[in-house]
Every structure is written in structure tokens, then in C-alpha cells.
Design a binder for this molecule. Structure first.
Ligand code: ZN
Length: 543
């Protein structure tokens, strides 16, 4: 509420917020202003509403009531909050005033429930597209922890000085990552529900005010954060549903400008998430949601099409802005590889897990292999020509394709499925996607250093274009003004406005008024100083 009120005031619209945290005198003052007609838009928290009806009802001529995050009113929504339930009194008290309920993620059941609970009659439903074409979609799997960190560092260096969020499943990972990134001089903070409230608030504040670029957070972070210039979101682990994933990546690029998303997933994530789902008390729904999420990660068709179809929208064309579209997998006849793996599984009497299976195939002389006499199997060393990582990738594909299944109840032992048997006996062919190493996928550069694996920093550019210098200067000016006015940088001007200034290079106050996001008030307030800066960078005389 605070951020939105700030943004409205900056645009010359008188607004205020009433909540239970503020002192009573402050609330009294706001009520007075409302009754004097000085406030155009009033924000009230749902728990505050009942206490404010006594003056709203008789004294105010309200023209519209809007309910934001309306999915919180429904048990079917993914974020039910009990204090929203009392919003049902609105229609009883204000029967003739139009009510609009707004939400970004609600499926059909939730939408119908919202209408019922708010007692809306003669209602109309407006559904806009779920498509966010400015977000690139990228998914990687099977990275080790060390590789993930290297890839993340590389990714952040390619998005220098841009804001981003890294979502982690575990609290300890948020802190571990923040520490790791700090060693690369990346301005980072950690955020999770286990931190003291002051530390959480500071982390959030530092991020919103651009004092840190990166927040490593659990999913507890992001609710109610209205920061329009988040340029990227990384998932360190797989989310538990597409709704969650969509909501979390949706925090990037709210200003409509190009933003990037990257998701890492592994079999390990899947095992943990399965357990969560089974213990959740809503086993069936959550397992189904998890299955859909997994499918999204493992697809080899355009990811955006899958995302849109999940929300009931049909896309007729590939998006060209996801990793599958940009880098389609190469396929080959992998029947022999599959046969080798399946036959090894049979020869262990289906007692091997993935690791053991790979050790057998690559002919490892580890104790655990020799002890069980797996070195005497006919398939021992039958796949020596491939590395551990290559086998891991191919076995993962065999699981995905339904040739092998994992028995989660018995220490993740592998079993051959009936479909797998058909490949084993040569009845059907198995197509696999060619393994590509991380380097081939262009994720990170290998360099020297301790442990033989270290990120090689990008060298600063020697020549900088006028546009780059201008953008940089505009950013700095915006930051200085925000600090002086004690507000947020993007409330002064969005990234989109700054980039429009770079494109159009306005050198008069009138031209400045033509920039996207510059209204009369901002033109009058900031026009002179911005135009002066632009003229300075372009080496033009003062106006
Ligand atoms: Zn695509």
C-alpha cells in the first residue's frame, strides 16, 4: 500500500492508506482529509475495513470499490487468507456501488468462488492473457551445486547492476548462496521466514531501494513487492506448481521490458517435493500440480505453449523466446544405450539405484561395486565410452520416456517398465536427445583457479557508446533524486522511461514531455534537470 500511495502521489493523484499499524491520530487525520474531499483514492487493509465502516457509510460518496489480490478470499486459491473473508460485507453495506475484484492467478473454480463470496450479481468477467512475452524462459537440469553457482555468477555478471531474485527451496541455501555470491563482489542479501523481522525488513528495503542487486530468498519473499524493474528471476530449485512458478517469474519485468528467467531442476528436487506433496494433507491435488510442473521442466516443445495451455490459453505458434525454441535438442537412435542400461538393471535383479547403475556401466572399481560382485556382470564396463555425466543425463531421459521407473519406497531402486522391455527386445526404437555439456550450452566459462573451476570475470568494455554513457548517467541522476526525496528510484521514472530518453534524446523541456511515462507533473518537476544532463552527455551547450 505504501509503495502504491507513493507512486500515485508522485503522479499528482492524492492518495492515502489506512492500516492497523499506524497511530490513531494519523488515521484520524486521513479520515478528515477523506471527508473534506482531499483524497481521491483510499487504500484500506481487509482487517481494517470493519472498523472504518462507521464513517465510510454515512459520510462518503464512494464511486468504486476495488479488491486487489482477490484470490486470497477463496479456499481454492493458492494463497487463502482468512481476513479476506469479511470482504463479503461490502455488497451488503454498499449495494449500489460497483465492485471490481482483481487477481493475477486464479483458475476457473477460484474465479467462481470469488464471485459467490463477494455476492456479485450481474457481474462481468474480464480475463486478459497470461502471456508475458517479455520474459525469456530457460530451464537447466542436472547441475551440481558447484556448477549451479558458477552458472548463476555468470548469469548475474551478464546482467550487471540489474535487480534480480533467486528463489531457493531451503532457508540454509539462501544464506549459503548469498555468502558465495558476495565473494564475487555481487551485492546480495538473504531473505527467509526464519530471520528476525528487522533483518527481513532491511533485506526487503535494501532490495527495493537498489542498495543490493540480488536477493536469495525462499518463496516467503515477494508478496506485495511492487518493484517494476526486476530484470531477472532464478529458481535454484524446482517450484512445486506452475501457479507458484508463474507468480514468481512474474515478479520480473513488470514494466514490460525484456527480462530473463532461469530454472534449475534435478531428480533430488523432485524427490523432496514428492515428499512435501504426500505429507501436505492435499496429496492428490498437490501431486498432480507437481506432475504438471515436472512436465514443464522436461518438455522439448516450446515452454510458453505449455505454460499458456496450463492456464487455459491456446498458443498457435512457438514463442522464439524460450530455451527450447532457441536451441532445439538434436536427436539420435539411442536404442543400444537404452538396452545396455536396461540389461544392467536386470542383471542386478533391479536392486541398483542410478549411481550404482552408472558405476556398473562405466566399469568403476569402487568398493561398493566389487563387494556386491557387480564387476562380474556381463554389462560391467559396457558403457565405458561415455562419462558419468553423460550416463546420468541419458538415464534421466530414459526415466522421462517411461523405459525405467524409480521405486521411491525402496531407496530409489530402478525398475524396467513394460515399455522398456519392448526396447530391450528390439521391438521399438528409442530416440534420445544428444547430451550437451554445460560449456556447449553456453552456461559458463571454465577457468583456472582453486578446485579447477572458477568463473572468469568479464573484462570491462574499453569503448563505451554515447547511449551507454547516457543510460548510466540517467540511472545515477534518478538514484540521487530518489535518495533526496526518500522515495524509490522507479517511482521517479521507470526503466522504460529512461530507455525512451536514451532513444529519443530530448534536449528541450517540450521534447521531454513526449517521453513515455512523463506526465505534466513530472515534466515540470524533473524536466529541467534531466534535459540539462542529456545535453551535457551529448556535449551540447546549456539551454
Ligand atoms: Zn518457445
Amino acid at each position: 500500500m505504501k509503495d502504491q500511495v507513493g507512486a500515485l502521489i508522485a503522479n499528482g493523484i492524492p492518495a492515502a492508506a489506512l492500516n492497523s499499524m499506524m497511530p490513531d491520530e494519523e488515521r484520524q487525520r486521513i479520515r478528515q482529509h477523506c471527508m473534506q474531499g482531499k483524497i481521491k483514492l483510499l487504500y484500506i487493509s481487509p482487517e481494517r475495513l470493519m472498523n472504518e465502516l462507521h464513517w465510510l457509510l454515512p459520510r462518503m460518496d464512494i464511486s468504486l470499490i476495488a479488491i486487489d489480490e482477490a484470490h486470497c478470499i477463496s479456499h481454492w486459491g493458492h494463497d487463502f487468507r482468512p481476513e479476506y473473508a469479511q470482504l463479503s460485507v461490502l455488497k451488503d453495506n454498499f449495494p449500489t456501488i460497483p465492485i471490481v475484484a482483481l487477481t493475477a492467478t486464479a483458475d476457473k473454480v477460484t474465479r467462481d468462488d470469488i464471485v459467490r463470496q463477494l455476492k456479485l450479481k450481474d457481474r462481468q468477467t474480464f480475463i486478459s492473457s497470461f502471456d508475458r512475452p517479455n520474459l525469456s524462459l530457460n530451464v537447466r537440469r542436472g547441475f551440481t551445486k558447484k556448477e549451479k553457482i558458477a552458472a548463476i555468477v555468470h548469469f548475474i555478471q551478464a546482467h550487471k547492476n540489474k535487480s534480480g531474485i533467486i528463489y531457493c527451496m531451503k532457508r540454509s541455501d539462501t544464506e549459503m548462496l548469498a555468502e558465495e555470491l558476495a565473494t564475487f563482489r555481487i551485492k546480495t542479501t538473504a531473505y527467509h521466514a526464519g530471520l528476525l523481522p528487522q533483518r527481513r525488513e532491511k533485506a526487503q528495503d535494501d532490495f527495493i531501494n537498489d542498495r543490493v542487486d540480488v536477493v536469495c530468498a525462499t518463496v516467503a519473499f515477494g508478496m506485495g513487492i511492487d518493484k517494476s524493474n526486476i530484470r531477472w528471476v532464478i529458481h535454484y530449485n524446482m517450484p512445486s506448481s506452475i501457479e507458484n512458478y508463474y507468480q514468481e517469474i512474474g515478479r520480473a519485468g513488470r514494466d514490460g521490458m525484456k527480462s530473463d528467467t532461469l530454472l534449475f531442476h534435478s531428480l533430488g528436487d523432485m524427490i523432496i517435493l514428492r515428499r512435501f506433496a504426500q505429507e501436505s494433507g492435499q496429496n492428490e491435488i498437490n501431486m498432480e500440480k507437481l506432475k504438471r510442473m515436472k512436465k514443464y521442466c522436461e518438455t522439448d516443445i516450446c515452454r510458453r505453449r505449455i505454460l499458456l495451455s496450463y492456464f487455459g490459453e491456446e498458443a498457435t505458434e512457438d514463442c522464439g523466446n524460450c530455451d527450447v525454441c532457441k536451441n532445439p535438442p538434436q536427436r539420435f537412435d539411442g536404442s543400444i544405450l537404452v538396452q545396455k542400461a536396461l540389461s544392467a538393471i536386470y542383471r542386478t535383479e533391479q536392486k541398483a539405484n542410478i549411481k550404482t547403475l552408472i558405476y556398473i556401466l562405466t566399469g568403476s572399481d569402487r568398493e561398493e561395486i566389487i563387494e556386491k560382485e557387480y564387476d562380474r556382470l556381463k554389462t560391467y564396463g559396457a558403457g565405458k565410452d561415455l562419462s558419468y555425466k553423460e550416463w546420468k543425463e541419458y538415464i534421466y531421459q530414459m526415466i522421462q520416456l517411461g523405459y525405467i521407473e524409480i521405486d521411491y519406497t525402496t531407496n530409489h531402486k530402478l525398475r524396467v517398465t513394460p515399455l522398456g522391455q519392448q526396447v530391450l527386445f528390439g521391438e521399438i526404437r528409442a530416440e534420445l536427445a544428444t547430451y550437451r555439456s554445460s560449456e556447449e550450452k553456453g552456461i559458463y566459462t571454465k577457468g583456472r583457479g582453486k578446485q579447477g573451476f572458477r568463473y572468469r570475470p568479464i573484462r570491462p568494455k574499453v569503448s563505451t557508446t554515447v547511449e551507454e554513457t547516457l543510460l548510466d548517467s540517467l540511472h545515477q541522476l534518478r538514484k540521487q533524486i530518489a535518495e533526496k526525496e526518500q522515495t524509490l528510484a522507479y517511482i521517479i521514472f521507470s526503466d522504460d522511461s529512461l530507455s525512451d530518453m536514451v532513444d529519443k534524446k530530448p534536449i528541450t523541456i517540450e521534447e521531454f514531455g513526449e517521453i513515455r511515462g512523463v506526465g505534466q507533473i513530472k515534466q515540470a518537476k524533473y524536466g529541467r534537470i534531466f534535459v540539462a544532463l542529456i545535453r551535457f552527455v551529448l556535449r551540447l551547450p546549456k539551454e
